[in-house]
Write a protein that binds this ligand. Structure first.
Ligand code: ADP
Length: 151
C-alpha cells in the first residue's frame, strides 16, 4: 500500500528547515503532500501564497513524489481527500512539542486513521523559523541562506 503523508503548515515562508523534513520524510513515505493552510478572507500572510506555491513547486520539480496544495479546511479532512494516513511534522524544541502534542491528539480524534510522525530537526536548522525570517526580510536583511530557493 502506498504510504502518503501530508506535511501541513503555514510555510510563510517555506524554509530550508521544512525542506530538510520533506527530504528525510521521503525515506519513510512514498508520497508527501505539502499542504499550505490558507484562508483567503483573512489575508494575514507576509509572503504571497501564489509565489510560495511557485517556489515550492520549483524546489521539487524533479521530485514527483512531492506535491503542493493550498487548503482551507481541517488538516484531517485534507488527509482523507488524499488517502493519506500520516501527518508529517518537525520538532525543534519543547515549545514545538507542547503545541504539536495537542494538535496531533486532536487530529487523531477527528480522523482515527491519522498518525502523526515527528522528525527532530537537523541541528543546522534548529534555529531556522519562518517568524524570524519574516522579520529579517521585512527590514531588508538577507535571508537566502535559510531558503531552498531565491526570493
Ligand atoms: P505552523 O504554522 O503549522 O506551525 P510552520 O509552517 O511554521 O507551520 O511549520 C510547519 C512544520 O514544520 C511544523 O511542524 C514545524 O514545527 C516544522 N518546522 C518549522 N521549522 C522547522 C525547522 N527549522 N526544522 C524542523 N522543523 C521545522
Amino acid at each position: 500500500m502506498n504510504k502518503t503523508a501530508i506535511f501541513p503548515g503555514s510555510f510563510d515562508p517555506y524554509t530550508s528547515g521544512h525542506h530538510d523534513i520533506v527530504i528525510r520524510g521521503l525515506d519513510i513515505f512514498d508520497e508527501i503532500v505539502i499542504g499550505i493552510g490558507y484562508n483567503s478572507t483573512k489575508q494575514t500572510r507576509y509572503f504571497d501564497i501564489d509565489l510560495m506555491v511557485e517556489k515550492i513547486e520549483e524546489v521539487y520539480k524533479d521530485t514527483p513524489q512531492v506535491k503542493v496544495v493550498v487548503y482551507n479546511e481541517l488538516t484531517s479532512s485534507l488527509a482523507k481527500k488524499h488517502n493519506a494516513n500520516f501527518l508529517l511534522r518537525g520538532l525543534r524544541n519543547t515549545t514545538d512539542f507542547e503545541y504539536e502534542n495537542t494538535i496531533s491528539q486532536m487530529n487523531r480524534f477527528l480522523n482515527e486513521d491519522l498518525e502523526t510522525v515527528f522528525l527532530i530537526t537537523s541541528p543546522q536548522y534548529a534555529a531556522v523559523s519562518s517568524t524570524v525570517i519574516r522579520e529579517v526580510h521585512r527590514y531588508g536583511g538577507n535571508v537566502s541562506e535559510f531558503l531552498p530557493y531565491e526570493v
